[in-house]
Design a protein around this ligand. Sequence first.
Ligand SMILES: Cc1cc2nc3c(=O)[nH]c(=O)nc-3n(C[C@H](O)[C@H](O)[C@H](O)COP(=O)(O)OP(=O)(O)OC[C@H]3O[C@@H](n4cnc5c(N)ncnc54)[C@H](O)[C@@H]3O)c2cc1C
Length: 403
Amino acid sequence: MDKGSESFQGAVSAAVPGRRGFDYLVVGAGFAGSVLAERLARGLGQRVLVVEKRPHIGGNAYDRYNDDGILVHPYGPHIFHTNSADIFEYLSRFTQWRPYQHRVLASVDGQMVPMPINLDTINKLYGLNLTSFEVEKFFESVAEKKDSVRTSEDVVVSKVGRELYNKFFRGYTRKQWGLDPSELDASVTARVPTRTNRDDRYFTDTFQAMPLHGYTRMFEKMLDHPNIKVMLSTDYREVADIVPWRHMVYTGPVDAFFNYRYGKLPYRSLRFQHVTVPQEQFQPVGTVNYPNDYGYTRISEFKHITGQTLPGKTSVVYEYPCAEGDPYYPVPRAENAELYRKYEAEAEATANVTFVGRLATYKYYNMDQVVGQALAAFKRLEQRHQAVTASTLAVEALAQAGA
Ligand SMILES: Cc1cc2nc3c(=O)[nH]c(=O)nc-3n(C[C@H](O)[C@H](O)[C@H](O)COP(=O)(O)OP(=O)(O)OC[C@H]3O[C@@H](n4cnc5c(N)ncnc54)[C@H](O)[C@@H]3O)c2cc1C
């Protein structure tokens, strides 16, 4: 959603001779900001200032070694997966990978069963011995036919029936969103598939891997370029009027950028409780979901996810959904999409700013989607840059010819 080319052209042509300040001010050092900073500096030779209000790079994907020497994800477990060879190849310039396939169990009726629901989930839950063919028939027999599938409840009930909906989805969704699934868009649960085979991988993407030395190391490599300066613990508003720049890439919340002039875009937040326990392993897989009991939705154990081996201790994180706190999940309801469209129109009319990333576009994106969105935004900026450079050269040639 980057901006009209006129003032952008003015900005870039002014940037050529005797350059002062920065060509780009990038707000936020998460995936969106870091990919754009990297591409603009390394790909186009532009001078980039990255301003990040947190005391670290990496955005929500930031990881660090805690006091117990265990690599943890302070903002919740981040598992990389993508179907895009281009995105995987791009990130591979900055990291090696460790193959990792995430597995999730759900604690239901006193048992731990695979999630998404598969053949083993049904057999274990009901003490059956169905085949794939039979479980397909089972789903068909319990599914409730719906004329129209509008809400999250409709999605699940029309696929696996009310009993499984109540066991696996209703409580989890109510905790996660503070809303009943009947009040949420169909898109929220459309992401959770069911399987009639025994595949117990949480994701089925072609590329599933974790950065070998962690996300933060990967971000450090991305941003390690003489044309990139990074300013941490700084809100961009503190410097935007002081430091010269020509074009802004904004990856923060779009409503904050426009001073909430149409009201606040609703987000769901999370409180993370990080705990290190004196045992080798805490749970059998990376994540266990608790759809019905406790205030938390899930517990994730980092050693599974990162592959770190460390004797005698392990770190886990409990996730407690809450209304207040950092903006994590845009609340997918029709009226919020409507409100966002007002901000989107403002963003489109703001010629010298490119809005990229999950907060700036008010969409829940996985990491690979944000990388894809940032690379696409870069392509558009690059095309404009090339067009402006060509027209500047033409003007110079004309001036020389006239001289
Ligand atoms: C709990 C949780 C788990 C997740 N797990 C996964 C997963 O397993 N796999 C996956 O693919 N994706 C996952 N995601 C999604 C992933 O976090 C995002 O796709 C990704 O981090 C988005 O990158 P971004 O750059 O758009 O935003 P962010 O990472 O949020 O970066 C934006 C940055 O802008 C900064 N900023 C905001 N306002 C200002 C300002 N005024 N001045 C300066 N800086 C500012 C913020 O501090 C932030 O660092 C998860 C998300 C959450 C919340």
